[in-house]
Design a protein around this ligand. Structure first.
Ligand SMILES: C[S@@+](CC[C@H](N)C(=O)[O-])C[C@H]1O[C@@H](n2cnc3c(N)ncnc32)[C@H](O)[C@@H]1O
Length: 217
């Protein structure tokens, strides 16, 4: 995710439009059913929760839930969602989060990885895994390359990150870092952790990566 302001604070107020596009409805209906089942009774850490679209569906299933985001504006919106009464919210990046006294046994990040600069991937995953218990489940959800049809990647930086131009509600345009990772990239990134049961599911509009940390790590 870009540490620079990529315009998200301005976009957050109407961010749910991402979830209102009719062609995504089928994938989203399936995700809204499947995802909460993965977190039933778990201690969950959610990264980059944004305006809490997924928080509202996952938190009611969980035993404990911490949702992070760098944007206080986004967290304020997330706190107004139904079903988030038991959620602890924190304005933090995963790399800045102190190691929890009791590790989480599950993690979720929606539409986070695609915005994470490639050069920060290793550090972000190390920080995330440092907060998790052995055997913890991690699920990353993100846009399939179809999203790139709507907002084409117009340029790449020297690290290989792609950038889209997205319209803002004030009539301006934001330059947004957006990557579309491959399964091979995940296998390389996760190899040092001995991640088990890694599965990458590609639906039409979203991809979903699920893996478990080894029982001892
Ligand atoms: C595309 S939104 C996704 C929001 C939400 N997870 C969803 O699926 O609807 C990306 C979120 O990442 C947050 N963000 C940006 N940089 C971040 C960082 N370095 N650490 C954590 N969150 C960050 C933004 O504030 C924004 O809320």
């Amino acid at each position: 995710m870009n540490r620079d302001d990529d315009g998200y604070a301005e976009r957050v107020a109407f961010y749910d439009t991402v979830y209102e596009q009719p062609e995504r409805a089928l994938d989203l209906a399936w995700l809204r059913r499947w995802l909460p089942q993965q977190y039933f009774g778990r201690r969950v850490l959610e990264l980059a929760c944004g305006s809490g679209y997924w928080t509202q569906y996952l938190a009611p299933a969980a035993r404990a839930y911490l949702a992070l985001d760098v944007s206080p504006g986004a967290l304020a919106l997330a706190g107004q969602r139904p079903g988030v009464g038991g959620v602890a919210f924190a304005a933090a990046e995963i790399e800045a989060l102190p190691k929890p006294a009791e590790p989480f046994d599950a993690a979720f990040a929606g539409l986070w990885f695609s915005h994470l600069p490639r050069q920060r991937r290793e550090a972000a995953l190390a920080a995330l895994h440092g907060c998790l218990a052995p055997g913890a489940t991690v699920i990353l959800l993100d846009n399939s390359e179809i999203q790139g049809g709507q907002f084409p990647v117009m340029e790449y930086d020297e690290a290989g990150n792609g950038y889209q131009r997205r319209p803002r509600h004030d009539g301006g345009e934001s330059r947004v870092l957006k990557n579309f990772p491959t399964e091979a990239e995940f296998r390389i990134l996760l190899a040092p952790y001995g991640a088990a049961e890694m599965a990458l599911l590609r639906r039409e509009h979203f991809w979903l990566l699920r893996y478990c940390l080894p029982s001892r790590h």
